[in-house]
Design a protein around this ligand. Structure first.
Ligand code: SF4
Ligand code: MG
Length: 335
């Protein structure tokens, strides 16, 4: 496969002071994660709040320094890069955030907000060229020239997110990591922004990592989806297999809670006991074992490996521990 991003063994641990014992405690926000993103696809990452999905997004583009692991972007290992070495990489990978209001400087006009990355990266040479480029970017996201002289507070949430997207696009990135980009918007506006993102992806050959807690939103936009629980992926696959045939007990429970349009279609809601445990000293073995309706003895001590259960469908769960699934997963990893 033509991978734009390959992540291996990625960890994002935060030491916690004031622990009782001799051993230091860590919040394991991202705990030994492996995944790939193929060029031109939308890879959706879903999970409840606190599962580590936002942290994962930030550590991939090194807004936070990963504790350990490898991040290969467009063939280049960037995990150990210094901020200076990251500068040219910032042209390849950009982030779009949930709350455009918080991520846009309120004292800057939209023109200056969108122009800033062009100037920082030396992508335009004259004031005229910059202005022209800004207008072009605003039009791309469905805004107009006259919006350029306005300030973020004069915009609706959807318009502000369009500005955030225009700013991200200014450097002509290959990869956009969008962290809950539509979660703060009204449902009607959500689909407009999602459609815009789809359009831009086609027009500009983009690849997205789309992080969200809303399963329907992720299904709508993604080609493949990874489900996270307590700092790990528990299942990943093409969206059709994953949504129609979820195999991990956690994914099954999550999806059973999504309302379906056809009220006659039978679906039994799986209610999980308790809340997602703390990422500080998470459960041993399979981290989901404390809530899993299918928990077996070995789940309490042994972390499940990755099993291949379909053409493009993987699951981390002992229920799928067969020789064949193991072999397939190894082969897929080396492909
Ligand atoms: Fe449940 Fe065990 Fe599978 Fe974990 S490994 S999801 S506890 S059955
Ligand atoms: Mg988040």
């Amino acid at each position: 496969a033509d991978n734009l991003l390959v992540v291996r063994g990625l960890k994002q641990y935060y030491p916690v002071k004031g622990g009782l014992g001799k051993e230091p405690s860590y919040v394991k926000a991202v705990d030994n994660v492996d995944f790939e993103v193929r060029r031109g696809e939308v890879f959706g990452i879903v999970g409840e709040s606190g599962c580590g999905k936002s942290t994962l997004g930030k550590s991939i583009c090194k807004l936070i320094e990963p504790t350990e692991g490898s991040i290969v972007l467009d063939g280049e290992e960037i995990s150990k890069y210094t901020p200076k070495q990251m500068r040219p990489i910032r042209k390849k990978v950009q982030m779009v955030f949930q709350d455009p209001y918080a991520s846009l400087n309120p004292r800057m006009s939209v023109r200056d907000i969108v122009a800033e990355p062009l100037i920082i990266h030396g992508l335009t040479k004259t004031r005229e060229e910059t202005d022209k480029k800004v207008v072009e970017l605003l039009r791309r996201v469905g805004l107009d020239d006259y919006h350029a002289n306005r300030y973020p507070h004069e915009f609706s949430g959807g318009q502000r997110q369009r500005v955030g997207i225009a700013r991200a696009l200014a450097v002509q990135p290959q990869l956009i990591i969008a962290d809950e980009p539509v979660s703060a918007l009204d449902v009607s506006i959500q689909s407009q922004v999602l459609n815009l993102m789809n359009q831009l992806k086609r027009d500009m050959n983009l690849t997205y990592i789309f992080v969200a807690h809303d399963l329907s939103v992720v299904e709508h936009i993604s080609d493949r989806v990874g489900v996270m629980y307590l700092g790990n992926f528990v299942e990943e696959g093409d969206k059709y297999s994953l949504y129609q045939n979820p195999l991990h007990p956690y994914t099954q429970a999550l999806l059973s809670a999504v309302p379906i349009p056809d009220p006659k279609a039978k679906k039994e809601r799986i209610i999980l006991e308790g809340n997602i445990p703390s990422a500080l000293n998470p459960p041993t073995g399979c981290k989901f074992h404390t809530r899993c309706p299918k928990c077996m003895e070995r789940c309490k001590t042994e972390a499940p490996q990755k099993y291949q259960v379909g053409d493009d469908h993987f699951v981390y769960c002992h229920l799928y521990d067969t020789e064949e699934a193991k072999k397939n997963a190894k082969a897929a990893e080396n492909a």
